[in-house]
Design a protein. Structure first.
Length: 99
């Protein structure tokens, strides 16, 4: 939690491309149909080329099967930056002064 307290946050707006990608994850069943918020989180992380999306949601996000389906969709749509979906306990240790 200390790491999260050090990070400044920015509110990301759901533009048309974010909404399109989120809908595609749901349509292709990379995420369950009722997981619209999760799909938006993944779409934001993808479009903003984030390295990691951290979640305690093991069923829908931090799970290897979902990650592979999401990665396949991203590559098909031209988004090649790798996105890791990880639970907090799998985050690498960051020591003071490291970035």
């Amino acid at each position: 939690m200390a790491l999260f307290e050090e990070i400044s946050s920015n509110l990301l707006e759901a533009d048309a491309e974010v909404k399109r990608m989120a809908a595609l994850y749901l349509e292709r069943r990379a995420l369950p149909a009722r997981s619209t918020v999760d799909a938006l989180h993944v779409a934001h992380a993808t479009l903003h080329q984030m390295d990691v999306l951290v979640s305690f949601n093991f069923k829908h996000l931090a799970n290897i099967g979902r990650r592979d389906r999401i990665t396949a969709i991203n590559l098909e749509q031209g988004y090649s930056h790798p996105l890791n979906l990880l639970p907090p306990m799998e985050l690498p240790e960051v020591k003071n002064g490291d970035s």
